[in-house]
Design a protein around this ligand. Structure first.
Ligand code: XMP
Length: 327
């Protein structure tokens, strides 16, 4: 028995009690969770909050602008952007194993925040010289459960914002969404006045495209996947399927190649997997019965427009036994 208003009130009090008059830093990913967490903290402690956006190079097309322009326009929040694209690519070089990738991405995330913190401290030295000690994370209840934080659950995946944290973490975490499900988070976001483009966004994992490339993450593969993903998003939206589909991971099987024929030549390219799912809370999911016509358009466009891809396949596995993401 809850209302968005009562949860906000309760969380605002908790946040104030935890943070006091100290400074707090919040990472924005471009997703719903971090946006709502940031808006909640801003509601609680106002301009003690500084948001940091790490561009790790694993983002989808347009996401950086969405944060830098749209979120800031609405909330008026103070934002620092860290360009960590090189740093992440270097750290991920040669790594294919999913849990290793997740841990590396989680670790580099925290490092980037620490770098941003150092810069902020240096900057503040002319003023009050006060250190930022608190870090906001948009961890949801399902993230906690699936990372083995719940009672008696096995570790399925290390969500970057839970299991991937290093032991020598120098921040105290503020996690105002830790007991909530996605629909509750969306309701809170609306109540806080965030626009539908942010609140209604489909989930996208923190480790981003890094866990949607099956195999090693390279710049070339990221560019290719980003292009395919953008096509899928446009076509699903134009087909009016955004409500029915919870999310649709687009996955590049970078270590798999198959023979094809395009124009009058043989190709030996990579497959792209479409993984449209319907779900209430991401704990379980069913594959979405996307109309054949829409699938055909997506397939045609990807194989025509994305160089290096000569096959598009559909994932028809529910969760369980599959997880939503492939890694
Ligand atoms: P899985 O693949 O475990 O995904 O069925 C469940 C939901 O969680 C998202 N996901 C993540 N979100 N950090 C996040 O913030 C992560 O590390 C992460 N891994 C998966 C996934 O997109 C789906 O919505």
């Amino acid at each position: 028995d809850w209302t968005a208003g009562s949860i906000i009130q309760e969380q605002v009090e908790r946040i104030r009690a935890q943070i006091g008059d100290k400074k707090v830093i919040c990472g924005l990913s471009g997703g719903v969770d971090s946006a709502v967490a940031a808006a909640l903290v801003q509601e609680a402690v106002g301009d003690q909050l500084i948001c940091v956006f790490v561009d790790h190079g694993l983002l989808r097309q347009g996401e950086r602008t969405q944060v830098e322009r749209d979120f800031v326009a609405v909330t008026g929040v103070r934002l620092v952007t860290v360009d960590a694209r090189e740093q992440f690519l270097t750290a991920l070089a040669g790594v294919s194993e999913p849990e290793q990738k997740r841990k590396i991405i989680g670790r580099e995330f925290i490092r980037s925040f620490e770098q941003a913190q150092l810069e902020l401290v240096r900057e503040a030295q002319d003023g009050d010289g006060e250190e930022v000690r608190f870090l906001v994370q948009g961890t949801l209840y399902p993230d906690v459960v699936e990372s083995g934080g719940g009672s008696g659950t096995a570790n399925i995946k290390s969500h970057h914002n839970v299991g991937g944290l290093p032991d020598d973490l120098r921040f105290e975490l503020v996690e105002p969404l830790r007991t909530l499900f996605k629909d509750e988070v969306r309701a809170i976001g609306r109540e806080l006045g965030l626009p539908e483009e942010i609140v209604g966004r489909q989930p996208f994992p923190g480790p981003g495209l890094g866990i949607r490339i099956i195999g090693e993450v390279t710049q070339e593969r990221l560019d290719l996947l980003r292009e395919a993903d953008a096509i899928v998003r446009v076509e699903l939206t134009e087909a009016g399927l955004d409500q029915e589909i919870w999310q649709c991971p687009v996955v590049l099987l970078a270590d798999v190649r198959s023979v094809g024929v395009q124009g009058d030549g043989r190709t030996y390219g990579h497959p792209i997997v479409l993984r449209p799912v319907s779900s209430e809370d991401a704990m379980t999911a069913d594959w979405t019965r996307v109309p054949y016509g829409v699938l055909a358009r997506i397939s045609n466009r990807i194989t025509n427009e994305v160089e290096g891809v000569n096959r598009v396949v559909l994932d028809v596995t529910s969760k369980p036994p599959g997880t939503i993401e492939w890694e």
